[in-house]
Design a binder for this molecule. Sequence first.
Ligand code: PLP
Length: 419
Amino acid sequence: MPGTGNKAFDIAWVREQFPSLKLQVNRQPAAFLDGPAGTQVPKQVMDAVQNYFLTANANTYGAFATSRRNDALVASARGAMADFFNCDSGQVVFGQNMTTTTFALARAIGREMKPHDEIVVTTLDHDANVAPWRALEEKGVVIRQVDIREADCTLDLDDLKRKISAKTKLVAVGYASNIVGTINPVAEITKLAHAAGALMFIDAVHYAPHGLIDVKALDCDFLACSPYKFFGPHMGTLYGKREHLEKFKPYKVRPASDVSPECWETGTQVQELIAGIGAAVDYIAELGRHCDPRVKGRREALQAAYRATHQYETGLLTRLIEGLQTIPGMRIFGITDAKRFDQRCSTLSFRLGDHNPTKIAAFLGDRGIFTWDGNFYALNLSERLDVEKHGGVLRVGLVHYNTAEEVDRLLAALHEFPG
Ligand SMILES: Cc1ncc(COP(=O)(O)O)c(C=O)c1O
């Protein structure tokens, strides 16, 4: 396919796996460029959820067949997420979504904090990695916010170094920005946090559909992501180092298990969707085997999948940026230099003249092209870039099931947008 930079990537096979990609709107094929707010799911995930209801629909730890099957499915999904994170099953926590999980974790960590202890957050992050930590201000905890370099929407690492001190107890940084696509040097930041004796929490929600996560290599203390952003169902997952999951005490009901990771999973989980999470990870692994039949275990298959999708998505991104730059009045936020594409993923935001992004999104939506407008809850950044009061930005999210033709349709429609 021209412009994708990777002839070997079998986009036809990929699109076959996602039944919803066949949807039509106003007699136009739907172009799902809305992935950063939630991706489409492959049929493997749909089948797993249906299969759960058909064969394993029961609560946990009963002395009968469906309950035992439920327990086996949850254990299997935990194993799949362990391969996804590169950790042990006992370090994987399921939850309603990243926001809820992070509030619960922040409450538990906050129990151990004292007035004047400090937490470092950033201007680049989604509010789900800001508000749960800011909630601890009620206990006298001090929040320090790291600024960005406005020219390319990257984190200001000098400011970060200034803000981390002996008082810092936790550093909360996103792996990738859900507005401008910047990938942060989280391994380097983890080292800075640890050198100051602080914990490192990574919000990997936006990174997870684009890049392989390796918590061992990162050495982070916690990392959260949401399967519905990487081709799975609407849920959240959290990785934690075992010593922390055991040391910190979540708020819970008394009869529930005190043993980690289950003590972190309050109430009855959405078990049918947990089954779907296992299937989402297996889909990515299947893609990896399709791209490279030599791979052996699931982790190796995941590595192969992300190698292939990264190259493919970079091709799409290049085509998109080159095309957008020919449109008069276009202002792209973030890194646009192809030589620096290893520092960003294929999520891009722009403003077109002083047009309201909602109007552009509606114009594109009528043509079957799905994009998002607004701040996407990355409120600090939207305010910092001074676009918040003007309706935010228009966001285009490219994942591995998107095509060069969809990028071209978007570009053609933007050229037609009445100025
Ligand atoms: C970077 C980032 N962090 C956190 C979240 C919140 O995730 P959830 O919807 O699972 O609470 C989102 C959702 O858009 C996100 O993009």
